[in-house]
Design a protein. Sequence first.
Lengths: 331, 336
Amino acid sequence: MTALLEVKDLKTYFAVRSPLLRRKVGQIRAVDGVDLRVEAGRTLGLVGESGCGKSTLGRTIVRLLEPTEGQIRVDGVDVTRARGRDLMTMRRRVQMVFQDPYASLNPRLQVGDAIGEALDIHKLVRSRGEKRERVATLLDKVGLGAEAMARYPHEFSGGQRQRIGIARALVLNPELLVADEPVSALDVSVQAQVINLMRDLQRDFHLGYLFIAHDLSVVRHISDEVAIMYLGRIVETGPKTTLFAKPRHPYTRGLLLSVPVPDPTRRRGAHAPLAGGLPDPADPPQGCTFHPRCPYATELCRLERPELRPFGDAQTVACHHAEEVAASDPS
Amino acid sequence: MVTSASKPLLVVEDLGVGIRTARGTFQAIEEVGFALDEGEVLGLVGESGCGKSITALAIMGLLPQPVARITGGHVWFDGTDLAALSNEQMRHVRGDRLGMIFQEPMTSLNPVYRVGDQLVEALREHRPLGRGEAWREAVAMLDMVGIPAARDRASTYPHELSGGMRQRVMIAMALICRPRLLIADEPTTALDVSTQAQILDLLLSLKRELGMAIMMITHDLGVVAEVADRVAVMYAGRIVETADVFELFRSPRHPYTDALLRSIPRLDSDLDRLVAIEGTVASPLARPSGCSFRDRCPRARSRCADAVPPLDPLAPGHRARCFFPVEPGARAVEPA
């Protein structure tokens, strides 16, 4: 079956240049050979800590950044190097929602115009009336109401602005939304509203989501499948229930144990599950890039980079010692 | 809950702060009161704009004057009313017996001075030490907060350190004079979860080692559950509920606390829908009469519009500001 989004061996490298002569002195492999799939109407949660490359990956997929290598297919169509009309067509199908909608909304544009703009660019409406009607319907759909059209972004709260950002992403009737930390700037009570809204919209419009976030609880709530990213690579994937109950990569396990649970009877106790921090991305460790922080690391891990391999029925994991991690399950 | 001692170190009474804006003056916080024992960790929780940071700034004498000022109340710390001290007198308390850390370490670290020099300055402000002796203290403190190769790191500049390391330097700076109370305003919010876990561990172990109390200001209920002994929940400038941490999470009595606990997605259970709190926090210039939460509250009745409910005791050590509190132990959503 053709996936709505299929990414194969995607790489996005940035050149590191010397400050004086702008000569290339190195490169950062922000995304370094990523495979992933998003099915229509489903959510893939992409999790990782800051600097892991998840935002770069999202931006590369929507073609805001130029991929260095690899392939991006939308419904089977290769859009990796799409230009001109092909890129326009792709943009209609794939839209992005950002963390801070305020930064992506023109403060001088009324909300109705900001949302409707794309309809003009893609010549999808024949009259102002038709545009107004479409925008009004959408504003209703995201819980703001048509009266929001004539107002300006600054008149809205953070949660309402994110609703505007979502409405703007939906105006072209896309099939896939790439949402980069869409709720992480919001207060918890408002966050719940926006998450619920995104789930409703997914059902109503049969949307596929690539949901990028650092908050594991949010990802668990909204996702069907989950992919864990570390230093430019996917280290584990699986259906959310399996992955969260039985993490097979030591990094995933450490990450899960690090999340403070809102229940004082289940405190983590004294030791932080993950020691150290992210290595310098311009000079990543040899072998498995996680080995300096890994309690399972052996000589093999220092020498050889583990490839993502199937584990069990539905998971994949990039770890030489996944069997050992599995055997030490505290169940 | 067992705490190491039970003599109150900090007693905040009826504290109010007014803020002047172009559109008029409003009460940022009102009738704020709580006590913190020696060696205790108090979690002050609330969403943005609830007044938790203003409360901290008022206690520390760091309100942006003249825009914001204390309009009433007392801050008893170690027998002195901090609210009545002059700026000059306050400078002797701050950084000495009262330490503080903020969310963004780069805003409190000076980029042009070496890390060690900043610690030396903080220490010599309050202690009559020579430079050499102060430098040795600084290195020892950096070591204590878990900075590897502390001797070398003391000579680096803040921008050369990672986010987690900077936050450790901030903590070293706040603790260099061994304060009795540390006020930590969202100290881990800008950090990744793995670094957050490291910093929370560090704060708790330093608390035990130095015997200090911590006032932890956060929006994150997970962090509160992890570190606090007692919790005070703020909403729209007032404390709406306060209780022992176990009691609060087991049996929240204020409808806001209850709703907040239901609205967070959890790692340990699957819900199809989150229970969102409808609407948004009212602007402080246009709060509803009576209870500020009533326009979002499923339990609100006409009485809630008439008067602000008092912060009534409902059980030993448990108070809630509500006329119609949630029944004890009535949490519908239990973790799986």
